[in-house]
Design a protein around this ligand. Structure first.
Ligand code: CUA
Length: 188
């Protein structure tokens, strides 16, 4: 075997090795793309693990969202839960009453079509989808009134669908909460 033949053979081996590794890296990239696509599609099409459902046609009859249970309640641990519903074209209660400097859980749903709750000047913004409970944690450091427009087009009366959030002093809220029942600032 001549020196020229040996060099030719070496170049051939190098070429084959290079091609083999290039193929392997392409296979790895394609496999990763396929795994990412499957995981993404699966997540997008499966319901979330903790999703809570309601029956929008029975909200007023029984369960968590009956009218007498809507509004704010002071829990035994000092936190506040606010329950509300959206319907064409208002929120119930139309004015949410909450204390300042307190962890608040908003639980809300829709009685008809998709609405949205947005509290102006904050990052609180959630959709109200019929059949599902939307839960949003919030906290207000200062007292005052905030506008709460519906932020999802819900038909002809959409632009007139406004609510309000009134944040009051923590001690004052605790005083009001001593009387049983759910608190709101409707009519105040
Ligand atoms: Cu409700 Cu827009």
């Amino acid at each position: 075997m001549s020196a020229q033949d040996t060099g030719h053979q070496g170049a051939e081996i190098a070429r084959r090795t290079e091609r083999r590794w290039a193929t392997l890296s392409v296979i790895i990239i394609v496999a990763m793309a396929v795994i990412a696509a499957i995981a993404g599609i699966h997540r997008a099409t499966m319901p979330q693990a903790r999703v809570e459902t309601t029956d929008p046609s029975r909200l007023h009859l029984s369960g968590e969202f009956v009218e007498s249970n809507l509004g704010s309640v002071l829990e035994s641990n000092g936190a506040v839960t606010v329950r509300a519903i959206g319907q064409q074209y208002s929120f119930t209660p139309a004015c949410l009453l909450v204390p300042a400097e307190t962890p608040i859980t908003l639980r809300a749903t829709s009685a008809d079509v998709v609405h949205g709750i947005l509290i102006q000047g904050t990052n609180i913004n959630t959709m109200l989808v019929p059949g599902y409970v939307s839960e949003q944690l919030m906290r207000f450091e200062r007292t005052g009134d905030y506008l709460m427009p519906c932020q999802e087009f819900c038909s002809f009366g959409h632009e007139g669908m406004w609510g309000k959030v009134r944040v009051i002093d923590k001690a004052k809220f605790a005083e009001l909460a001593k009387s049983s029942g759910r608190l709101s600032c409707v009519g105040q």
